[in-house]
Design a protein around this ligand. Structure first.
Ligand code: FAD
Length: 401
């Protein structure tokens, strides 16, 4: 274990899980991550290893074959995985959000049907809110579901599905006017559909097309796709929770735990950047001494390490708050905001410490430099986090009288 980002008060089981994942990351992920990332290759062997470790069922209750662990344990594992390669944490994250939404909001039949196979990683989840014309403004969703007998017919285009190709279950948020009179607030006329499909690209189910992978600057290896619904027929029993009009709340609940997860990823990437920076600074000499002996570089290291510590503490606090059953939107928003901003800054400092070599694809920091920006956007941008934080603060500190 490193000196930084320690977590106090963990149970023996939590410590064992986290240290097993750390060993796996050191042996199976870090040595191959950069090469696979440069080839934009899906890390099948790593995913198989994570399945064996039970990571896909980490938070799924034991009665459904999972490990029944807390959000904190999950977040600490994500932090370790992102330290090795952020894309791998992305492969788990949408799966985890869909499993969480099922656990919290699914009907008994939906839980019995999906969760045991999700715990084994046999069914893998993706979730889909964003559309080509919107990401932050979820209330503007235009994809639609229209009731037709015992089925719904879905039409519309979705954007930016992490694991869109490799998943076999997508939680899709669409507008569903049925049962909701004209003038109903947008967030009360949205429904989450559980859409089962074949993994892969092209027409993966009648009426459902996954066109192909979006070519990205970083976060490679994991597939990110569009999703096109054209007369896609979904049975009524695949409405999450069995009731229409609750989709917006389902997704916001899912995104809240997702934010802790993105904060954890920021912590992991920042830790790795610090490790690379502090190591390089002791090897590279200028003006007759290692650059780590120049005060300017020591100051950078001090700032980086402080940011790693602060982000970790806020992420752990947000996870613990949720685990205690309390509302954590304020803490999750703050943790996600701070950890993603600090991650970008720590990565940039590690890059600067590497001098020209940081620009070479031979050095790991080049990959981290392209990965960090995604965390500023995913699960809500910095501006959206600040809106959430600001609103909550005004609720908490409302003037009396
Ligand atoms: C690699 C990747 C993977 C993703 N995976 C998924 C996924 O699995 N599922 C999914 O549903 N989505 C996914 N997304 C989409 C992601 O959630 C959105 O990109 C994000 O929410 C921002 O939405 P947008 O891109 O439409 O930006 P916009 O909403 O168009 O925002 C553009 C800019 O305007 C700012 N802005 C917007 N509204 C306001 C406001 N009211 N006040 C001030 N500033 C504002 C934003 O902060 C941003 O800077 C993914 C995105 C990426 C890049």
């Amino acid at each position: 274990m490193s000196r930084l980002a320690q977590t106090h008060g963990l149970t023996d089981i939590q410590q064992e899980i986290v240290s097993t994942v750390r060993d796996f990351v050191d042996k199976e992920i870090i040595p191959v991550a950069t090469e696979l990332e440069h080839r934009d290759e899906y890390p099948q062997q790593i995913v198989d290893g994570l399945k064996e470790l039970g990571l896909f069922g980490l938070m799924i209750p034991e009665e459904y074959g999972g490990l029944g662990e807390s959000l904190l344990t999950y977040a600490l594992c994500v932090e370790e995985i992102a330290r090795g390669w952020m894309s791998v944490s992305g492969i788990i994250n949408t799966h985890f959000i869909v499993a969480y939404m099922l656990k919290q909001h699914g009907t008994q039949e939906q839980k019995d049907h999906f969760l045991p196979k999700m715990a084994l990683g046999e069914i893998r989840g993706a979730f889909s809110m964003s559309e080509p014309a919107l990401g932050s403004d979820v209330s503007a969703i235009t994809s639609k579901a229209v009731k037709d007998g015992d089925e719904y017919v879905l039409t519309g285009q979705k954007m930016w599905l992490t694991n869109g190709g490799t998943s076999s279950l997508v939680a899709v948020l669409v507008r569903s006017d049925e049962g909701h009179p004209e003038g109903t607030a947008p967030h009360k006329s949205m429904t989450t559909f559980l859409v089962e499909k074949e993994p892969g690209f092209g027409e993966v189910r009648p009426g459902l097309t996954i066109p192909g992978k979006i070519d990205k600057m970083g976060y490679k290896g994991v597939d990110t796709t569009e999703l096109i619904m054209d007369g896609l027929r979904i049975p009524a029993d695949r409405v999450l929770g069995g009731v229409t009009g609750r989709g917006f709340y389902h997704m916001m609940d899912g995104v809240e735990v997702g934010r802790v997860n993105v904060a954890a990823r920021g912590c992991g990437v920042a830790q790795r950047a610090f490790e690379l920076g502090v190591s390089y600074a002791q090897q590279r000499h200028t003006f007759g001494k290692p650059i780590a002996q120049h005060q300017a570089i020591q100051f950078k290291l001090a700032e980086m390490a402080t940011k790693v510590e602060a982000a970790h503490a806020m992420m752990v606090n947000a996870a613990r708050k949720k685990d205690s059953g309390e509302r954590n939107d304020l803490e999750a928003g703050m943790a996600k905001y701070l950890a993603s901003e600090y991650c970008k800054e720590v990565v940039e400092d590690a890059f600067r410490i590497h001098g020209g070599y940081g620009f070479s694809k031979e050095y790991e920091i080049e990959r981290l430099y392209r990965e960090a920006p995604m965390l500023l956007i995913g699960e809500g941008t910095a501006e959206i986090q600040k809106m959430i934080i600001g609103r909550r603060l005004l609720e908490e500190y409302r003037l009396q009288g």
